[in-house]
Design a protein around this ligand. Structure first.
Ligand SMILES: [Zn+2]
Length: 341
């Protein structure tokens, strides 16, 4: 067989298509191909002709292999690694910035305000015992909050439960630290409630406690009035209502004029024109005694803020469940909100 014709074929074969390359591979590189059968025929040649013919065939096989490798490189490169010319008129990719959860935004604002007044952060466990959640806070043995209807008991025999308020942290701090005490305790609390738009099995509170010699009701009023004006705006109409908590004596709740209807009455304020924003009071001397603090020497006040409640009021969020559902459409509506807003 004329090897020069074969060489021409090897050098000129069209390898730009998949079919061309497959055919080339079959004919020149695989068993049963033309080069393989010519090499096999060498044995039939006289020894003097065998060497030159063998070298020529091997040279051809090497050329075929090189063309095949080059074609594979040139045509089989994956598309993704092929650099494409840039199109400067193409719209830019939209960058999705992250955002803080609305509850973190509110919590951050509250913490920053009280930190400026010298309050420091304190934390406590979410699994509590009866002493820290109830007894030390002056809850009577038959108080309804101790009922299974209201509280998640983990181990009734051991008295373990999920804390129902962050007031537990007050007790823990007062047990190990003597006045002056000025703390802020943010955290998650649990109630045995049916989940609805207005109630949930968990929510977030921020507890504040200030204990020192000579702390008076006027300090409480000044501190919380200043907070409400900072949070909702200067001149926000507010009112103080007498209330009851087991762990404070003189207990009060603070309402502000409804942000939706500005006092005219709407569904959010149940047509009263007012919405409750916090509970507070002067620490009951019985609580000081339970925590080993001399009630004759020290006085103090405590307050509790509901983070979800403040977020609902400030951002007009109708359903409490939205905070825990991780629905991106809800969370993305707070994108770009910083702590300053
Ligand atoms: Zn209203």
């Amino acid at each position: 067989m004329d090897l020069s014709a074969l060489e021409k074929e090897i050098l000129e074969a069209d390898l730009s298509t998949e079919e061309g390359r497959t055919a080339f591979q079959k004919r020149f590189l695989q068993k049963g191909g033309v080069l393989e059968s010519l090499l096999a025929e060498l044995r039939t040649l006289p020894p003097e002709a065998r060497k030159a013919r063998g070298q020529a065939l091997n040279a051809l096989r090497e050329k075929a292999r090189q063309r095949w490798e080059a074609a594979k490189q040139a045509y089989s490169t994956p598309l993704s690694t092929t650099p494409k010319p840039q199109d400067p008129t193409f719209p830019a990719l939209r960058i999705q910035p992250g955002g803080r959860h609305p509850l973190s935004l509110i919590e951050g604002r509250i913490i920053r305000f009280f930190q400026r007044l010298g309050y420091t952060l304190a934390t406590g466990p979410e699994i509590e015992d009866d002493w820290h959640n109830f007894s030390a806070l002056n809850f009577e043995p038959d108080h309804p909050a101790r009922d299974m209807q209201d509280t998640f008991f983990l181990d009734p025999a051991a008295g373990l439960l999920l804390r129902t308020h962050t007031s537990t942290v007050q007790v823990r701090v007062m047990e190990r630290q003597k006045p002056p005490i000025r703390i802020l305790a943010p955290g998650r609390v649990y109630r045995n409630e049916t989940v609805s738009a207005r109630a949930h099995v968990y929510f977030h509170q921020i507890e504040g406690l200030y204990v020192d010699e000579g702390v008076q009701t006027s300090d409480l009023k000044a501190t919380l009035t200043s907070f409400v004006e900072n949070f909702f705006g200067p001149g926000t109409p507010m009112r103080w209502r007498a209330s009851y908590f087991p762990f404070t004596e003189m207990s009060a709740e603070v309402d502000i004029a409804c942000l939706i209807c500005h006092g005219a009455g709407c569904a959010v304020c149940k047509h009263t024109g007012w919405v409750e924003v916090l509970g507070c009071g002067m620490v009951d001397p019985a609580v000081f005694e339970a925590c080993g603090i001399d009630p004759h020497r020290y006085t103090g006040f405590a307050f509790g803020l509901g983070v979800e409640r403040l977020a609902q009021l400030l951002y007009t969020i109708p359903d409490l469940r939205l905070f825990g559902q991780n629905d991106l459409r809800f969370l993305q509506s707070f994108q770009g909100y910083g702590y300053a807003l």
